[in-house]
Design a protein around this ligand. Structure first.
Ligand SMILES: Cc1cc2nc3c(=O)[nH]c(=O)nc-3n(C[C@H](O)[C@H](O)[C@H](O)COP(=O)(O)O)c2cc1C
Length: 189
């Protein structure tokens, strides 16, 4: 499995956390992975709120992508000291252990660094509830460290960029390790 998916948890049309994910996926692709960006906006509000049936093409697309992925990046803005409500509604639609055996990278953007720990006390527990056992440290960045150029392209200050690249490397190396074959016998020397 050399596929990595990203889940964007912001409902904003022009979203810092989603644009950050797009940059991360470009970095991941440079390591040879195929990628897919998923978003809470991919699922109609009606299905997010009232539930999506098993025949929902939107939900089937999302679950199919997650199933074939070795790694899942989950990004959310901090809203009211936690991850977004839309992300919770999205995650609630997924099968119980959807993140089992996936390498998971949590990402959060926020108005200020005061809510730095939201990634640990809010986002990581729900990822664990979805079966994730390999959750990376994650990446948190406040808005003042994010810039947009006149064309709308997003960049980070140097320190934040270095932290992000370290997490991306951790993701791709963990996701890229080949699974041992069932009948594998170690060579004896
Ligand atoms: C409804 C709402 C609630 C927010 N609550 C917080 C908060 O509690 N703490 C914080 O640091 N930033 C808060 N913010 C700021 C966002 O987390 C921040 O601007 C983030 O980068 C937005 O990401 P997005 O553009 O992907 O939606 C809030 C923004 C909105 C719209």
């Amino acid at each position: 499995m050399s596929h990595i998916v990203a889940i964007a948890g912001s409902t904003a049309e022009q979203s810092k956390s989603t644009d950050l994910l797009k940059r991360i996926l470009a970095q991941v692709e440079a390591y040879g992975f195929s990628t897919q960006l998923l978003s809470v906006r991919d699922i109609p509000a009606q299905e997010l709120i009232y539930g999506a049936g098993k025949d929902s093409p939107h939900l089937n697309h999302v679950t199919g992508q997650i199933e074939r992925a070795a790694g899942v990046i989950v990004a959310s803005p901090v809203y009211k000291a936690s991850y977004s409500g839309a992300l919770k509604a999205f995650l609630d639609l997924l099968p119980q252990k959807s993140l089992a055996e996936k390498i998971v990278l949590p990402i959060m953007t926020a108005g200020s660094s005061k809510h730095l720990l939201a990634i640990d006390y809010a986002l990581k527990p729900v990822l664990t509830a979805l079966g994730a056992t390999h959750v990376l440290n994650g990446f948190f960045v406040s808005d003042d460290l994010i810039q947009r150029d006149p064309y709308g392209l997003l960049s980070l200050d140097d320190e934040a960029e270095a932290r992000l690249r370290e997490q991306v490397r951790a993701l791709v190396f963990a996701a890229g390790l080949p699974a041992p074959q069932k009948d594998y016998e170690p060579t004896e020397y």
